[in-house]
Design a protein around this ligand. Structure first.
Ligand code: ZN
Length: 692
């Protein structure tokens, strides 16, 4: 009875060839098996193209034979099923399966497909369940759903129109944005619930997971928290990296994994595994592979943060096998297979968290990350910040300072997980429900530390303006916020007001302020560390000094402390990039408010992640130092890098020994109970130190 589900038995290495072009037998025998994968997400066997559907009459025999062959090799088979698009012929034959836009035409996706309506009362859903039932009676190991996607702009098909009217009591044509969003999310969730229940009723050992995105608003209706109960593994397209360099950093797979880890139950117990979808080609360029260095970094960031990897070229496996990326793939799979115990369930040791707010993302003004489902969209409000950009910008500052962090959300605040952290950064978290704001206040009251900025907590969860900040008493705000918008990146300046640890590392006592700022009157017990000037009208106008207002301040609240920056500093850094002083303030904030888990201060862009298992620690060091461009072709090795670790408070006390797994020599080891220091002679792309 207590036998583990197969997907929790070992680290998963999932091959996911994303095209039907090529020879399926070759793909199984010469690619999946020979490259050390233990699982396959099977798409290439059916149909024609990138997005396929299982038809029982057409595909059953073929699939049964394929399953027999893969069984011989011990490969688990997860079947790809598409639930988000239809080809044009199918959509013509089944008009009721289509998602319909407000003007009455089918929703077009990727130029050549129609979007699917998955309303559980609709025809597509019923037909889908029928096909799924036949599929689940075969000897398969899992179902991967590519979708569902219900756009938050609304589906106006007959089924959705009727369902909407019944639910809201008025026509969908008079719907509010929030009603359409709620309808899309609930439709996807209910569809998944019924799918999950059907699959489990036939065979509970069939794993179900879906294509999803982390750190994004609910534009596709698929909300990771809402569908959590109806998946066996939580995944996101963290490894769909465009070849362009965005404002959100060079390579941001880690942040998406960290978000998923914040959502799943106890990762040390491996309750629900995490998976990162890594497109083996650059996102948006289907036939051009990543470099070997980028393949290694993808593995390092995924497994280093406790995720499995799903590896998917969008061109034939035979063609991919001839690329230099393929030999790196085999090397990484072999390494994971040889060190399964290292990649067995583990838990992050971070003491700093960055807060992601789903409500702010949905209802304030947040740009939307690129993924396979939606093209990137920019936020549209001129006097608001951009939560999405702010999150990735802060993550980038933390990587660059080698500060380990986790990502939490509103639910983590409500369920008390926030109390696992000594300090929290809340980048442009504008929308907060009252209950979440109250919990954050009591977190600070009881000794926690927060860093807020701009119009923090000035909006309700639905995006309506609250008039004042819900965290006013915590930060020491008085009255109403007044927004200042500068004309450009040098309209406002921040000035040092007094000496303080928080700004002891800034480069100059006066540096440019963000374009957007909020002016607050502040309580008497607020300690103002810097002030801001009101915006200039011209770059060549003298800085007005007579109306300065508090820009950086500190307020004790109960046993904890709230720090505040008046502007959208993270968005400013993401776009302007030349002003490093904010990064220095963030580093000082973390140093002051939390005991660092790992301290390392060499020049270079490398991420450190300390994780723990039952009775040992594993330190992952991921080196992204390169030529400051994408793709990353060669990583610059780092030499003689020093580390010191503080292992207090994790309940493991023993005499530790250290070893490295990927070639670095450990030097100058000093172990004093839970304080450990050492240096590494050379760090290439990825190094792992086991402390046991
Ligand atoms: Zn519909």
């Amino acid at each position: 009875m207590n036998k583990k589900n197969w997907w929790k038995e070992q680290p998963l290495l999932i091959s996911a060839v994303q095209t039907t072009k090529g020879d399926s037998n070759w793909t199984l025998e010469d690619y999946v098996v020979k490259n050390g994968f233990n699982t396959e997400q099977l798409l290439h066997l059916f149909g024609d193209g990138y997005i396929t559907t299982f038809f029982p009459e057409r595909d059953e025999q073929n699939l049964t034979e394929y399953l027999k062959k893969s069984r011989k090799h011990g490969i688990r088979e997860i079947i790809y099923v598409n639930t988000h698009v239809l080809d044009l012929e199918t959509s013509k034959n089944h008009p009721s399966w289509c998602q319909i836009t407000k003007d009455g035409t089918p929703k077009v996706m990727y130029q050549i497909y129609s979007g699917v309506c998955v309303n559980p009362k609709g025809d597509f859903h019923k037909d889908f369940l029928k096909k799924l039932e036949s599929l689940c009676k075969l000897d398969i190991d899992g179902i991967f759903m590519d979708g569902p996607v219900m756009f938050s702009t609304g589906c106006y098909c007959d089924t959705c129109r009727a369902a909407f009217e019944k639910r809201y009591g008025h026509s969908i044509y008079e719907a509010t944005r929030l009603e359409l969003q709620e309808m899309a999310v609930d439709t996807c969730t209910q569809h998944l619930k019924e799918v999950y229940e059907l699959v489990k009723s036939i065979n509970p050992n069939i794993m179900v997971y879906i294509n999803n995105s982390a750190l994004r608003s609910d534009i596709t209706g698929s909300n990771t928290r809402k569908v959590y109960d109806y998946v066996d593994m939580v995944g996101a397209e963290g490894g769909f990296h465009g070849a362009w360099m965005g404002t959100t950093g060079l390579w941001h797979l880690s942040a998406r994994v960290k978000h998923l880890e914040g959502i799943v139950d106890d990762t040390l117990k491996g309750e629900k595994p995490i998976i990162t979808f890594f497109s083996a080609n650059h996102a948006g360029i289907s036939d051009y592979p990543h470099t070997p260095a980028e393949v290694e970094l993808a593995y390092a960031q995924a497994y280093g943060n406790g995720s499995n990897i799903w590896f998917g070229p969008h061109f034939p496996a035979k063609e991919f096998s001839k690329t230099s990326a393929a030999s790196k793939l085999k090397e990484m799979n072999d390494f994971i297979n040889a060190n399964k115990d290292i990649f067995a369930p583990s838990k992050t040791c971070a003491r700093v968290a960055v807060m992601w707010s789903q409500e702010t993302s949905n209802n304030y003004a947040s740009s939307i990350g690129d993924s396979d489902f939606v093209a990137a969209e920019k936020s549209g409000f001129e006097d608001r910040g951009d939560h999405y950009e702010a999150i990735f910008s802060v993550a980038d500052m933390l990587y660059r300072n080698h500060i380990q962090f986790d990502i939490i959300d509103e639910q983590s605040v409500l369920d008390g997980s926030i109390n696992n952290y000594q300090s929290v950064i809340m980048p442009t978290v504008a929308c907060l429900e009252d209950s979440v704001a109250e919990k954050i206040a009591s977190y600070v009251q009881n000794g926690g530390n927060i860093l807020g900025n701009f119009d923090i907590a000035c909006y309700h969860a639905d995006g309506s303006f609250a008039g004042e900040s819900k965290l006013a008493k915590v930060f020491g705000f008085v009255g109403k916020p007044q927004v200042f918008k500068g004309m450009n990146m040098s309209s406002t300046y921040y000035f040092q007001e007094k000496n303080h640890q928080l700004i002891e590392n800034i480069s100059v006592p006066k540096f440019p302020g963000p374009i957007l700022n909020v002016k607050w009157d502040v309580a008497q017990d607020v300690e103002v560390i810097m002030k801001a000037s009101v915006p200039k009208k011209s770059q060549y106008e003298a800085i007005p000094l007579d109306k300065n207002y508090p820009a950086l301040f500190k307020h004790k609240y109960g046993k904890g402390t709230a720090y505040y920056i008046s502007g959208t500093y993270a968005e400013y850094v993401a776009n302007v990039r030349n002003v490093k002083d904010y990064e220095k303030i963030i580093k000082s904030y973390c140093d002051i408010t939390s005991k660092p888990v790992v301290v390392s201060d060499a020049a270079g862009l490398y991420e450190v992640v300390l994780r723990r298992q039952q009775d040992r620690f594993i330190l992952h060091i991921i080196n992204l130092t390169g030529a400051m461009e994408r793709p990353i072709e060669r990583v610059v090795p780092l030499h003689n890098v020093e580390f010191s670790l503080n292992l207090d408070g994790f309940g493991i006390d023993k005499e530790y020994t250290l070893r490295s797994l990927r070639g670095a020599a450990l030097q100058n080891i000093n172990i004093n109970c839970n304080e450990i220091s050492f240096s590494l002679d050379k760090i290439k792309e990825y190094e792992i130190i086991v402390i046991e």
